[in-house]
Design a protein around this ligand. Structure first.
Ligand code: NAP
Length: 453
């Protein structure tokens, strides 16, 4: 990511000095820079790097989250001058970013938390960039950031979304939505494979068709390509040869932790993170598969139009939960973040870019809580009303056939929860009062009350 970002910056006309822990990699990188070599210089140590730059300096870190970032900051900070800037362009827990911003400010230095999405290709040719820092620091780095970012109809997919940890928070939620989106697609692939007996190439063609409609997105597009790809050695579909054990680096988990701390529901994302955990427990799955029979009702194939609509409905729920979480974080941390701007800068460059985001930017552009909830925006309410019946049919059929659809089910559960005017928390409150004397509100009188238990 770091080398691709450096090449992007150089190609955009900004000279830079690069330094890496293993210097041999810096040498390799510079040797391969080709026509961009004029814009690039190498340094062997943090001291050399700082000495090669004129104040006010801007130093971009692109290393794994956690201790490596703290180690780099500890090595650089004593060498820097007041007003110099450290930009953490990796993924970071936004709590760390907030701490680092405070610590560096005390030393007269500026911290920028900059979430970058788009994978290696995006980093090289135009990622989506989510920045958290002071307005002054943003003004200083804005020309460079805008120049390297992806563009959607000419508009750079980059912006400052608030102070300190705002950029890394938005990037974390972006990744949480990415987890959900990928899991929903994988569940539909499972229904096609195990419910309909579709071969990968056949399923890939269907995803390719769906990519021409409202589901049009980077993830659906690459799904079509991946499912249609064969292993060159064996000629078998590549996906059939890949072990079904998913990795994760933490951003999905961070999204959930912050959602829970902020009292928000992120159940579609939670289902996706948990499904990766279950996927990793392969020994357990192998053992359980020999002990419990499938329900055996596998005769009815899933309707392909229903699957497309179900995927669309569930995807909207995942985005809706993500945006509500952002709205709550904006309130809790006093960030001047516009949700519509977040949707705008996700329209190109990032992994969750999709045709829906333009409409989301429009739907989220109003003021007030109702406009923070996609499901209440007329255009999305209409889309959800049209597609939820299919989601319901798909989830029911999957349950009957014993096919796992945790994220599709979570999306449906969330929808049914929010559209129920009278919920079942009356009983929860009664139980809490019964065993813990927690009290409850009544519908017919003000104040706190206890039951006659
Ligand atoms: N990969 C993606 O698609 C992607 C997308 C968005 C964001 N990110 C984020 O970008 C950051 C970098 O990811 P990556 O995929 O480029 O990782 P990577 O390929 O593992 O590269 C890690 C880099 O960090 C250096 N490094 C590792 N530990 C270090 C330490 N303790 N001190 C100093 N340098 C250290 C490595 O140096 P050596 O060469 O010496 O090992 C290498 O240059 C991460 O925060 C990641 O979450 C990645």
């Amino acid at each position: 990511m770091g080398s691709n970002l450096a090449l992007n910056i150089a190609a955009s006309g900004f000279p830079l000095v690069v330094q890496n822990r293993t210097h041999a990699r810096t040498e390799e990188f510079l040797a391969d820079a080709g026509p961009l070599e004029d814009k690039l210089a190498g340094a062997e140590t943090p001291n050399q790097l700082v000495a090669a730059l004129q104040p006010p300096r801007a130093i971009i870190l692109m290393v794994p989250a956690g201790a490596p970032v703290d180690q780099q900051i500890a090595a650089l900070a004593p060498l820097l001058s007041p007003g110099d800037m450290i930009i953490d362009a990796g993924n970071a827990d936004f709590n760390d970013t907030r701490r680092r911003a405070t610590e560096l400010a005390e030393a007269g230095l500026v911290h920028v938390g900059m979430g970058v999405s788009g994978g290696a290709e995006g980093a090289r040719h135009g990622p989506s960039i989510m920045v958290g820092t002071t307005p002054e620091a943003w003004q200083a780095i804005r020309p460079m950031v805008n120049a390297i970012a992806a563009r959607f109809r000419g508009d750079p997919c980059a912006d400052r979304l608030g102070g300190d940890g705002a950029g890394h928070f938005v990037k974390t939620v972006h990744n949480g939505i990415e987890y959900a989106d990928m899991q929903l697609i994988a569940e539909v692939w499972g229904l096609l494979r195990d419910g309909n007996g579709a071969a990968p190439a056949e399923a890939g063609r269907l995803f390719g068709e769906w990519n021409k409609g409202p589901l049009s997105s980077y993830l659906v597009e690459i799904t079509a390509t991946v499912l249609g790809t064969e292993d060159p050695a064996s000629g078998r579909p590549m996906v059939e040869l890949i072990l079904d054990r998913a990795g994760q680096k933490g951003t999905g988990r961070w999204t959930l932790i912050e959602a829970l701390k902020l009292g928000q529901s992120a159940t579609t994302i939670e289902a996706a993170v948990a499904a990766r955990a279950v996927s990793a427990q392969r020994e357990l799955r192998l053992e359980a598969s020999t002990r419990f029979d499938a329900p055996g009702d596998g005769a009815t194939p899933f309707d392909e139009d229903d699957l497309e609509a179900a995927l669309l409905a569930a995807k909207i729920m995942a985005y809706a939960q993500g945006f509500i979480l952002l709205a709550e974080a904006r309130r809790a941390f006093d960030w001047d973040m516009k949700l519509s701007r977040v949707a705008e800068i996700w329209r190109a460059g990032c992994i969750i870019r999709s045709a829906l985001l333009d409409g989301m930017a429009e739907a989220l552009s109003g003021k007030g809580p109702a406009h923070d909830n996609l499901l209440l925006a007329p255009s999305f309410a209409k889309m959800v009303g049209r597609t939820v019946p299919a989601l319901r049919r798909v989830v029911c059929q999957a349950a009957t056939q014993g096919l796992p659809v945790p994220a599709l089910s979570a999306a449906l559960g969330y929808f049914d929860g929010i559209r129920q005017a009278r919920g079942t928390a009356d009983l929860i409150q009664a139980q809490r009062d019964f065993f813990g004397e927690h009290g409850f509100e009544r519908i017919d009188r003000d104040g706190q009350h206890h039951g006659p238990w």
